[in-house]
Design a protein around this ligand. Structure first.
Ligand code: ATP
Ligand code: ZN
Length: 721
């Protein structure tokens, strides 16, 4: 008899002990009754019952059920680290890290994994005469290379088991081993800069080597990944590639698969079904998957032989999760690479200040790609249009921008007009009484969408019909204020009636197929002008794109959030990086009312390092990250009264604690005070030392548990303050 310690999906830090007749592994999935409810749990510790002293053994309950699934030890230790670092309960952390199917009591996890066998022709098979078109075709393919069960199924269009068994029994085919994942058919010769980086990092494949790869847009970072992954696959190891939450995965997956046709590549993002996610999880854990391409959650994927982690666009905010376990996938990736003793490459054209600072502290190695990879491709010329001299029309576009668009159309090249706002206009308003389209659930405006004739809140999703007259004074003339993608699309269609215009935002382009169609249309030169939000800013590689126009980009300069100008610089660098990636030179037009602002000066000169030094200086003066470490205590409630009570209580608690080397800012209402009908407040804590910050949070935690009439969360290293 054994006593096992179980972890449930609950926010508490208690230990729960149960009896088991069998010996169980750490991380093994079981179910047990907790508070009279059957629940899934995982084994956290196990001792022989005779050794157990904490509690009378005969009073312990028995486990209900034992499953075969086991969470590997390194994932448990990753969860332990994450739980401690982000001040989250271990149980909730562990359950957040695993596929949903494993969390549920009644889900079927006895899934048979897809067949993974490979077959090849035997000597007899080579002289065999197959019958029927499909069989002949299959036989022909087999004479070229071995095929997997899955590939044979795809060729036949039906489950191939009968045919395979027939052919096995008469000796036409035999089973063969899995072909080498590292097999490549084509390759690109790395340029001098790339080669140097590939060679250096190759010398560190068997140790922890945190590499910051700073390469300008189009400099061939992805090519560096591919060649390094090749070396990892040759060593029969696996690679994890973390990518931001954008819809580029299919293109990237196709690029990887084209390079490694025999490798098993799995994609893990929000579009993957629960069952598929579980299968991917198992296959990676069993070592069958060679490469995982996935968004932030993939950092918790178990691997049998992980050999390399890549974090592409490491500065991207989507690596940070903003609810429940508020983790940063890049930071957990560093921890994971360190414990596994493997290299990690963090790549970006605009690395985060945090990572650059880590380089300056000597914690990261820096590698640079300074030139565009395609020969003759150069960075685009950036023109700043000062709106004081060039007024804009009703759609927010200046004459120089229109001029450039007309010329681009005449050259039959592709243009991109970038505006980071979907919908028609961000505000609908009555000029008579001052009514504006306010969301009833949030402290935000409802955006006017003209194609559906709706007002939509982009924060909570609430929608209403556009009122036919002002709801307050019944004036019939309502006005739109500001510009969105729909207004631009409408205007450009009017201005350039012969141009084919395509709007890309979350309303038009949401599904995997939308992106595939878009890429096809662009490659077939069926589009002249793209109008889009930041969805279009990243990663895309369209050789014919030679003009980028940026509209309404000043907002970030005056944001309450100290990171806004960094984000803006990054997005604009990314957007402008879409232009002139191949043989044709690119041009960028940025419209601004503040052309003297340093951000634009640095952008114009493509001077990322200048911008970084300027921003670092500013951050240092103001004692902001990366020079200090922050945590936010976030409070929220559906009752405004309770929130105010909670903020008051928090300010009293805070005064009682030892705040040596800590700066605590008094609790304040959040910038978005009301969101989805919840009132929100926050308290910012900052320190020059991570250790002091964490010990302060440890002191604070038990008190927070007492403010149980509110939802309270701790956000360590918050990205939005
Ligand atoms: N050594 C090389 N020789 C020729 N072409 C190359 C080389 N390396 C990369 N390329 C090509 O240059 C283009 C840009 O490369 P890649 O996509 O790897 O750049 P990137 O730095 O990842 O781009 P971004 O971050 O801007 O999306 C691609 O079309 C790629 O095929
Ligand atoms: Zn709302």
């Amino acid at each position: 008899m054994y006593v096992v310690n179980l972890v449930f999906d609950i926010p508490l830090r208690h230990h729960y002990s149960y009896l088991s007749d069998e010996y169980l592994e750490i991380g093994q999935r079981v179910s047990a009754k907790l508070r009279n409810k059957e629940q899934i749990a995982f084994v956290n510790a196990i001792v022989e019952a005779s050794q157990f002293r904490d509690y009378p053994v005969d009073k312990l309950q028995h486990l209900s059920q034992i499953y075969l699934d086991i969470i590997p030890k390194d994932i448990i230790s990753l969860c332990n680290f994450a739980a401690t670092y982000y001040h989250h309960s271990f149980g909730s952390t562990l359950f957040c890290a695993i596929p949903a199917l494993l969390r549920k009591i009644n889900s079927r996890t006895d899934i048979t994994l897809p067949q993974n066998k490979h077959y090849q022709l035997t000597e007899t098979g080579k002289t065999y005469t197959p019958r029927g078109k499909k069989q002949i075709n299959l036989w022909h393919q087999l004479s070229l290379s071995s095929l997997s069960w899955q590939q044979i199924k795809e060729m036949l269009g039906v489950k191939p088991d009968k045919l395979i068994n027939d052919w096995l029994s008469i000796g036409v085919i035999c089973e063969s081993s899995k072909p080498l994942a590292a097999t490549i058919t084509t390759t690109i010769t790395a340029n001098e800069e790339q080669l140097k980086i590939i060679n250096t990092i190759s010398n560190h494949l068997d140790e922890f080597h945190p590499a910051l790869l700073y390469g300008i847009t189009g400099s061939g970072k992805t090519e560096v990944f591919l060649q390094l992954i090749h070396k990892v696959l040759i060593k029969q190891k696996q690679a994890l590639v973390l990518i931001p939450e954008i819809n580029l995965t299919p293109q990237l997956a196709a690029r990887f698969q084209a390079r490694f046709p025999l490798a098993k590549i799995s994609v893990l993002n929000s579009e993957v079904s629960e069952k598929e996610r579980y299968i991917n999880w198992l296959q990676a854990k069993n070592g069958e998957t060679d490469i995982i391409l996935g968004t932030r959650l993939s950092i918790f994927t178990p691997f049998a032989r992980l050999g390399l982690i890549i974090v592409d666009e490491e500065h991207d905010a989507s690596f940070k999760q903003n609810d429940s376990l508020r983790y940063h996938a890049r930071d957990l990736a560093i921890y994971r690479a360190k414990t596994l003793n493997i290299p990690i490459i963090m790549a970006s054209a605009t690395p985060s200040l945090e990572s650059l600072y880590n380089y300056k502290l000597g914690k990261f190695h820096l590698y640079k790609l300074t030139k565009r990879a395609v020969s003759n491709a150069i960075l685009p010329e950036i023109n700043i249009v000062n709106l004081a001299h060039y007024p804009v029309n009703q759609a927010g576009i200046s004459d120089p921008a229109l001029d450039a668009l007309a010329k681009c159309l005449a050259r039959k090249e592709l243009a991109l007009v970038f505006i980071n706002r979907r919908g028609y206009a961000p505000i609908l308003s009555c000029y008579d009484c001052g009514w504006i389209s306010q969301c009833k659930n949030c402290s935000s405006r409802m955006v006017y969408h003209n194609n559906s004739n709706n007002l939509k809140c982009h924060h909570c999703g609430y929608q209403t019909r556009v009122p036919s007259a002002c709801p307050k004074c019944h004036n019939q003339y309502l006005h739109t204020i500001g510009h969105g993608t729909q207004k631009l699309e409408e205007f450009l269609a009017h201005q350039f009636p012969n141009a084919k215009i395509r709007r890309i935002d979350r309303d038009t382009t949401n599904r995997k197929n939308d992106w595939q169609e878009l890429h096809q249309e662009i490659n077939q030169h069926e589009i002249d002008i793209l109008v889009g939000t930041q969805m279009l800013a990243k990663g895309h590689d369209f050789p014919n794109l030679t003009l980028v126009v940026g509209i309404n980009i000043d907002n970030a300069l005056f944001s309450y959030d100290f990171r806004a100008s960094e984000d803006m610089f990054n997005i604009l660098t990314q957007v402008t990086g879409r232009a002139g990636r191949a043989a044709k030179p690119g041009q960028v037009i940025l419209q601004t009312n503040y052309s003297d602002h340093p951000v634009y000066q640095f952008l114009q000169k493509h001077d990322f390092e200048g911008f970084i030094n300027y921003t670092l200086k500013e951050r240092k003066q103001n004692q902001l990250p990366p020079f200090t470490y922050q945590a936010l205590i976030k409070l929220s409630s559906t009752s405004e009264k309770q929130l105010i009570r909670g903020m008051h209580e928090l300010s009293l608690i805070q005064k009682k604690l030892n705040s040596k080397n800590i700066t605590v800012f008094p609790p304040v209402p959040a910038v978005m005070y009301k969101l989805h009908n919840r009132y929100r407040g926050q308290m910012l804590i900052s320190s020059k030392s991570r250790e002091y910050l964490h010990s302060y949070l440890n002191q604070l935690e038990p008190f927070l548990a007492e403010i149980n009439y509110l939802t309270v969360a701790i956000d360590v290293d918050p990205l939005e303050v």
